[in-house]
Design a protein around this ligand. Structure first.
Ligand SMILES: Nc1nc2c(c(=O)[nH]1)N[C@H]1C(S)=C(S)[C@@H](COP(=O)(O)O)O[C@H]1N2
Ligand SMILES: [Mo]
Length: 417
């Protein structure tokens, strides 16, 4: 080791100690009863191992739940709820907190009665039971699923007060499933095969045209999330995983895949999930979810409560095109940008966690984050998006989000021009 590297190591070490010192100076006093008294939970024995065969979070975490916005849709059966991003850390979304979007309610399916049928432009139409599918080689991969309508309510201006509502139509889990390629190859593709139409077994019988090239590239037919069986909300017992592409294509309760030579132009790719531009022409087949990020803490539902001093800013970033190369954070509405620290696994088409630690002087902040992906795509401002696409859009709003933090630590959803 040279002198200069050891010196650098020493300096980083002392900076880290200084930061930890600022935190350790903390708020609790030595005569705090929480440290001097024997607490109730130490005065009696707790539950045994037979009390909780399936574990649940502490009762003190009861506020960490999915939430919906009643006025958004006519009925909860065809609606959406939101992941509480401001209550999470790291990159994995716990199964019970993954946002839900369904068009005909949750199908409750007996896996013994569930089938996956492959038909259309194939050599041999096939029907698989769940047991049959378990005999294909399987893979484990971490991906985000983002609804194309995520942040859609913000297209015309700041509206919903909380990143749960502005950005919570996303989850990130590890899937276990069979590459769709293996299943299609088992049926044998006709030479003119070019598209697939996956179909759900729920009451909405949702369908979506997916190009065959994507199906053969990285799509999975998944039956597990975060190690356990898919939740009914997420398509138990089987869902399509379409990495990096809009959530609507990830058909849940997957029962059939038809192979064809052209797209079907069904409801979900014509009247919905297309973007009407200012000139009356609609963008269609906008499948990829572009680079995006949001600061989750602080945010309107998660104010700064400790006052000024050492403060941890945290957030998430993702891109349907690859990994996140860099995240920048600004405290002053975009005048000065600092590099944030990405921590944890950096996987393609998966959520990334970032942190930015700083010494808050207690003055108001205009917080924003801006991500750059491995393709070099830079997250745009909302005004740049509006200049390019006008004001009619709902889908694919990946614009930069602003939180205004007041002196008292409270935050609200605003826009800077
Ligand atoms: N069968 C079926 N699949 C579906 C849907 C549905 O209503 N039925 N909703 C789609 C939409 S619009 C989205 S954004 C995602 C949501 O997935 P999640 O409920 O796991 O969050 O599922 C997609 N797959
Ligand atoms: Mo969606």
């Amino acid at each position: 080791m040279t002198d200069s590297t050891s010196r650098r190591g020493f300096l980083t070490g002392s900076a880290a100690v200084a930061a930890a010192g600022a935190v350790a100076a903390g708020s609790a006093r030595a005569d705090d009863p929480a440290i001097t008294e024997v607490q109730p939970w130490a005065q009696m024995l707790g539950d045994g191992v037979d009390a909780r065969p399936y574990g649940h979070p502490s009762e003190h975490e009861a506020h960490v739940v999915r939430r919906h916005v009643a006025w958004l849709t006519a009925d909860p059966i065809s609606s959406v709820n939101f992941t509480p991003l401001h209550e999470l850390d790291g990159i994995i979304t716990p199964n019970g907190l993954c946002f839900e979007r369904h068009h005909g309610g949750i199908a409750e399916i007996d896996p013994a009665q569930h089938r996956l049928m492959i038909n259309g432009l194939v050599d041999t139409p096939l029907v698989f039971t769940m047991q049959d599918l378990m005999r294909f080689p399987r893979e484990n991969r971490v991906y985000f699923l983002e609804c194309a309508a995520n942040s859609g309510m913000e297209w015309r201006g700041a509206q919903l007060n909380g990143c749960q509502f502005t950005h919570g139509m996303i989850h990130n889990v590890v899937y276990t499933g069979v590459p769709l390629k293996y299943i299609l190859e088992e049926a044998g593709l006709k030479t003119n095969a070019a598209w697939i139409l996956p179909e759900g077994a729920d009451a909405s019988a949702m369908t979506r045209s997916v190009p065959l090239s994507k199906a053969m590239d990285d799509c999975l037919v998944a039956f597990r999330m975060n190690g356990e069986a898919l939740r009914p909300e997420q398509g138990y017992p089987l869902r399509l995983v379409v990495p990096g592409w809009e959530g609507n294509m990830w058909i849940k309760w997957l029962r059939r895949i038809e192979v064809g030579d052209e797209p079907w132009h069904h409801r979900e790719e014509t009247s919905k999930y297309t973007d009407l531009l200012e000139n009356g022409v609609a963008r269609r087949f906008t499948w990829e979810m572009d680079v995006k990020s949001v600061i989750t803490n602080p945010s309107p539902q998660a104010p700064i409560t400790h006052g000024k001093g050492f403060t941890v800013i945290s957030g998430v970033a993702w891109s349907g095109r690859g990994t996140i190369r860099e995240v920048h954070v600004t405290l002053d509405g975009g005048r000065n940008w600092q590099q944030a620290r990405i921590d944890g696994p950096s996987l393609p088409k998966s959520m990334h966690r970032f942190y930015y630690e700083f010494d808050w002087d207690g003055s108001p902040l205009l917080l924003q984050s801006r991500a750059i992906d491995s393709d070099g795509m830079i997250q745009p401002t909302k005004n740049e998006l509006r200049e390019a696409r006008g004001y009619n859009s709902i889908y694919h709003n990946n614009g930069i989000q602003t939180w205004h933090v007041r002196e008292n630590g409270e935050a609200e959803n605003v826009e800077v021009s």
